[in-house]
Design a protein around this ligand. Structure first.
Ligand code: NAP
Length: 301
């Protein structure tokens, strides 16, 4: 008997005898996914992974045209990234991408949550509006990604959340009570989400400073990313102790991109070094895990 197989939307034209081969090929291929990788640090991370990671590497972008242009750029350098649409502010987009990677590969080996946004210092948009936009992407979008992708990170997987040194700066400017919660080992994801929502409410009312928050929405969003990484690391250690998955937050440094401008000292390739180091921590490594890392060094939190 012969039959055609539909695998992730593509038809296998071979006979039934290739069933195990077809499934096996994708299921045994390792895969890395980088959010917001059509430009900037994300694109540089994909470039480095294409050279150093033995598996498929996905550029993902919210805009298909910009994503495909990025693929062409790397193709012209002799690299072969793949592409999937992914808008971290769109739950349907996240779910569709998660289903794609689950169906095609059975899971994900490397997830780099890189997509992020910021306002220029000179931008006149009111603080409360900026705070909403920034937290929606940097914290809540990254959290939604984690909700749908963490359960399918394979044993030995690596999760890297791109935070910022500004999370450390912002933490130091928080009230002692907030600092204590953000540094505590028992903070839950629900409590963290509640605190981020509280910041947004305070910011919209112009009361964030009097309630102990720093006057920088970007810093608060990255405090959220750093603490979320620590929470997820603790949870994975508890719930999947034998799977050897490592989760970390990191700062890429001050990097010349559309976000940070052309005066920054690091090139995107230099900005990719620490995220790629964390993504390629060797099999069997046990640390860093649940840390904030900059220039490949664990930083005090
Ligand atoms: P960038 O050049 O502005 O790139 C940001 C990327 O994120 C773009 O690809 C953008 O896509 C994407 N993005 C934004 N919102 C998205 C969404 N909802 N869904 C999917 N993708 C989305 O910035 P960058 O400097 O490379 O920043 C990368 C990461 O590093 C960010 O998390 C940033 O906060 C962090 N970081 C940067 C610096 C620095 O000095 N550059 C320092 C510390 C941390 P579009 O092209 O469609 O807008």
């Amino acid at each position: 008997m012969s039959s055609n197989l539909i695998i992730s939307g593509s038809t296998c034209g071979f006979t039934h005898s290739c069933l195990s081969l077809c499934l096996c090929t994708d299921m045994s291929t390792k895969v890395a996914v980088v959010t917001g990788s059509n430009k900037g640090i994300g694109l540089a991370i994909v470039r480095a992974l294409c050279k150093q990671f033995d598996g498929d590497v996905y550029i993902t972008a919210r805009d298909v045209g910009r994503g495909e242009e990025a693929v062409k750029t790397l193709n012209s350098e002799g690299l072969k990234p793949k592409f999937h649409q992914l808008d971290i502010n769109d739950l349907n987009s996240i779910k569709t991408a998660a289903a794609f990677f689950k169906g095609k590969y059975g899971g994900v080996d490397i997830l780099i949550n890189n997509a992020g946004t910021a306002f220029k210092a000179s931008d006149p948009t009111p603080f409360g509006v900026q705070a909403e936009v920034i937290l929606t992407t940097n914290f809540f979008g990254t959290r939604d990604m984690s909700t749908h992708f963490l359960p399918m990170i394979r044993a030995g997987g690596r999760v890297v959340n791109i935070s910022s040194m500004l999370s450390v700066t912002g933490l130091k400017q928080c009230s002692p009570e907030l600092q204590q919660r953000f540094r505590s080992e028992d903070i839950t994801e629900d409590e963290l989400v509640g605190l981020m929502r509280r910041f947004l409410d305070d910011a919209k009312k112009g009361e964030h400073k009097q309630h102990g928050w720093p006057d920088m929405a970007y810093s608060v969003s990255k405090i959220g990313v750093t603490v979320l990484s620590m929470i997820h690391a603790r949870r994975l250690s508890k719930e999947r102790p034998n799977d050897g998955i490592l989760v970390n937050a990191c700062c890429p440094g001050w990097v010349r991109t559309d976000m940070a401008g052309d005066k920054a000292p690091k090139s995107p390739e230099e900005g990719a070094i620490t995220p790629v180091y964390l993504a390629l921590l060797p099999p069997g490594a046990t640390e860093p895990h649940g840390k904030f890392v900059s220039d490949k060094q664990v930083q005090p939190w």
